[in-house]
Design a protein around this ligand. Structure first.
Ligand SMILES: [Zn+2]
Ligand SMILES: [Zn+2]
Length: 280
């Protein structure tokens, strides 16, 4: 793990405007920029935490990963530039404050007077818990994993989520497709009553790799309602998620465990189900 030191009061601006970088994280799911990194410790996927050294705001302000490590050239003071991909940047003034860090994640010299420094990976779990506890409700989206919980290969998943979380696109999608899962047919409203209304996830069908810069979302053709179980299964395949048709095929192929024998009652029940529901 690497701690990135940033002193906004000194006029350092690796972000090209911190606020717009934060907007990019909200919209696109990530923000990339160059950052001097310790060459030997920074490998692709290494977790980074942003520490703000500002006078009135000292603490952990952001999270990300090393997207590409620095060239193994002789490093200058503070390291050679690599590329860092942030997946969370809190508004300035909203950091995990220094005193709380010292109390809850002890044994680490938090102040960083250089652009980057290695910190022990053992501090990760406590830091992540503290980050989740101090998150605002919008940040603590129960549909999204906490920062650092996903393996680096799963980053493609968070990139498609901007379309899955767009409220107006979601409305159009659900108005057209309904609120039952397009794979298994589960309805939260049927199962849980009013609190379940509209809880279903919306899944973006277009793989992240095929999104050009001129891509425009079609909420009816490109989005589909999925229950959280089927949605998680869809994203189990990377980088291209399983399509709803593939998931339906997987489900019907897995209808019984190979090697198990069905009882006559189970066979009758299956035949009844096919007759009553029709082959869908
Ligand atoms: Zn489902
Ligand atoms: Zn999805």
């Amino acid at each position: 793990m690497i701690l990135l030191g940033w002193n906004p009061d000194r006029g350092d601006d690796p972000f090209g405007g911190y606020r717009s970088a934060g907007d990019e994280v909200t919209g696109a799911g990530f923000f990339r920029c160059r950052w001097p990194l310790p060459p030997r410790q920074a490998t692709a996927g290494t977790e980074v935490w942003l520490f703000s050294q500002g006078g009135r705001d000292r603490g952990v302000l952001g999270h990300g990963r090393v997207a590409s490590p620095p060239d193994p050239q002789p490093a200058g003071r503070g390291g050679a530039p690599g590329i860092v991909e942030f997946d969370a940047l809190r508004p300035r003034g909203d950091s995990i404050p220094l005193d709380l860090l010292t109390l809850r994640v002890p044994g680490i010299a938090w102040e960083v007077n250089r652009p980057s420094r290695r910190i022990p990976a053992a501090a990760g779990p406590a830091l992540r818990t503290l980050w989740a506890e101090t998150s605002t409700p919008e940040e603590a989206d129960p549909l999204l994993p906490p920062p650092g919980a996903l393996p680096p290969g799963a980053l493609a998943q968070t990139r498609a989520n901007r379309y899955e979380r767009d409220p107006s696109a979601r409305r159009v999608c659900l108005a057209h497709h309904g609120t039952s899962c397009a794979v298994c047919g589960f309805s939260f409203e049927e199962a849980f009553g009013p609190p379940g209304r509209d809880f279903v996830h919306v899944h973006h069908l277009v793989p992240a790799a095929r999104l050009g810069t001129d891509y425009e979302l079609d909420p009816i053709a490109d989005l589909v309602p999925l229950c959280p179980n089927c949605h998680s299964m869809a994203h189990r395949r990377l980088p291209d998620p399983y399509s709803p048709a593939e998931l339906r095929a997987l489900r019907s192929a897995a209808g019984f465990l190979p090697g198990t024998a069905l009882s006559p009652e189970q066979l009758t029940a299956q035949a009844d189900a096919v007759r009553i529901l029709g082959a869908r």
